[in-house]
Design a protein around this ligand. Structure first.
Ligand code: GLN
Length: 501
């Protein structure tokens, strides 16, 4: 097989085919990615930690398995390098969650998804940048540095899984895992021209995922195409005894949905998602893609999700409330940053948190503490929980009329770095379409559907019934094939790269 650059451009399943045919070795593939990271990550800044040694060892082990085990029994992602958002615990490898308060945290255990990745023989290239504690939509809230969008280095890759998305879009990893609480997989997928899936709540174990808002958080794939997303979902889905919220039910082989006809399938178009604030070009291109689904024989039905306008307000009570409680554990006592200038322990707690958390995290802790405080609990937190039920009912009604719900993933294409950092509300609004699904615990997927006139990716979101990821893959794959959209490989100036040891 050809040059290093060609290898890193391939999808995970294409790489897997080459590896299986022994046309390339896992060591060669991993070296190609490490070279690519070295060449471009100085510009993209997708990685917080590159784990070159571990990746190389895993690649050697993969080659040993290719040489000795029967091809049919080999896991699909064997030897195919991936990257992890830095909120997934990795034994012996720093896990910062994008926060200074965890700058020195080295977990003593692996998250379940990490264990599964290792068992499947996929080399892990490193840990990706993110908004601090997954709070944000641009990766500008990282406690370390912002990540660039590979399609335009002046723009944001989205967030909070911006590092994971940028790494895959810049061909610095074949696939990545992100986490999504209110859009953090789907919005960066849309901004970076990738497929991103937020699974049904409970489909994937959260064990070892640093908690932000525990009733919403889910881990999911960020990939170059729909087939890869199905392969990664096959890898990570399933009940885990160590996460009581993971659901015990069989998961189908998600690749079995690829290539199934969508004739007669009902695609709901929610009128509340095609409103003011949705960019005209994005609207047109998303509607054109929905038209392509109709050409394939899908039936388009207008549906209504009447409570959509309350989603942001509800999310910004529930998520901060859960975050304020989850983040109470960062006190400098057992692990993480500890202020060294405090004369007594109470001052130490205060200073540790003052020094360790960034402004957005502090804002959320304050909002959440307020919403949960005596006297305001009923008015804010309890009310928000009740409204949450209304979203669930909205979707239940809508899914009587349709099988999936299609919309734009985001109101606009990727915005410029610095454009929204001083305006939290504007930043929050960029999640208007991605927040309802997690509030209702539903699966939702973003698939590239067009490029803007400026050459920036546009994503189409498909929301589905609980545990019906299969239909999302089915429709997304049909769309991908019908549109034949070629993934672009943005030019990234090489040089001043990252040193990879
Ligand atoms: N952008 C949203 C927030 O800031 C969602 C983040 C996420 O999904 N982790 O909370």
């Amino acid at each position: 097989m050809g040059t290093t650059a060609e290898l890193t451009r391939l999808t995970a399943h294409e790489l897997s085919d080459l590896l299986r045919r022994r046309e390339v070795s896992a060591v060669e593939v991993t070296e190609a990615y490490l070279e690519r990271i070295q060449a471009v990550d100085g510009q993209v800044k997708a990685f917080l930690t590159v784990t070159a040694d571990q990746a190389r060892k895993a690649a050697q082990e993969a080659d040993r398995r290719f040489a000795t085990e029967p091809a049919e029994s080999l896991p699909p992602l064997l030897g195919v390098p991936g990257a992890l958002k830095d909120n997934m615990c990795t034994i012996g490898i720093k896990t910062t969650c994008g926060s200074k308060i965890l700058h020195n945290f080295i977990p003593p255990y692996d998250a379940t998804v990490v264990e599964k990745t290792k068992a499947a023989g996929a080399p892990i290239l490193g840990k990706c940048n993110m908004d601090e504690f997954a709070m944000g939509s641009s990766t500008e809230n990282s406690g370390f540095f912002p990540t660039a969008n590979p399609y335009d280095l002046e723009r944001v890759p989205g967030g909070s899984s911006g590092g994971s998305a940028a790494a895959v879009a810049a061909d610095e990893a074949a696939w990545a895992l992100g986490s999504d609480t209110g859009g953090s997989i789907r919005q960066p997928a849309a901004f970076c021209g990738l497929v991103g899936l937020k699974p049904t709540y409970g489909a994937v174990s959260r064990y070892g995922l640093v908690a932000f808002a525990s009733s919403l958080d889910q881990i999911g794939p960020l990939t170059k195409d729909v087939t890869d997303a199905a392969l990664v979902m096959n890898l990570i889905a399933g009940k885990d005894e160590r996460d009581a919220t993971s659901v015990d039910r069989p998961h189908p082989d998600y690749t079995s949905f690829l290539g199934r006809e969508i004739k007669g399938l009902r695609v709901g178009i929610p009128k509340e998602y095609f409103v003011e604030g949705l960019d005209t070009e994005v609207r047109e291109k998303v509607m054109a893609a929905i038209g392509a689904l109709a050409n394939l024989g899908a039936e388009l039905v207008e549906v209504s999700l009447p409570h959509t306008e309350y989603a942001l307000a509800t999310y910004y009570l529930i998520a901060p409330a859960e975050c304020s409680s989850n983040l109470a554990r960062y006190d400098g006592v057992r692990y993480g940053h500890r202020s060294t200038t405090a004369p007594d322990s109470v001052t130490m707690f205060k200073k540790t948190r003052q020094e360790g958390f960034g402004p957005e995290v502090k804002r959320r802790i304050m909002l959440g503490t307020y919403a949960l405080s005596a006297g305001y609990y009923d008015a804010y937190y309890l009310k928000a929980q009740k409204v949450r039920t209304l979203f669930r009912r909205d979707f239940e009604e809508a899914f009587k009329q349709c099988d999936v719900i299609a919309s734009s993933t985001t109101p606009t294409v990727a915005f410029k770095r610095g454009e929204k950092v001083d305006n939290p509300l504007a930043m929050y609004l960029s999640d208007a379409f991605t927040i309802p699904a997690p509030l209702a615990a539903l699966p939702a997927l973003s698939v590239p559907c067009a490029y803007s006139a400026e050459g920036l990716p546009i994503g189409l979101q498909l929301q589905g019934r609980h545990f019906d990821e299969g239909t999302l893959f089915q429709v997304a794959y049909a769309l991908e094939q019908a549109l034949g959209l070629k993934r672009r490989h943005p030019e990234i100036p090489t040089g001043s790269g990252k040193e990879v040891r």
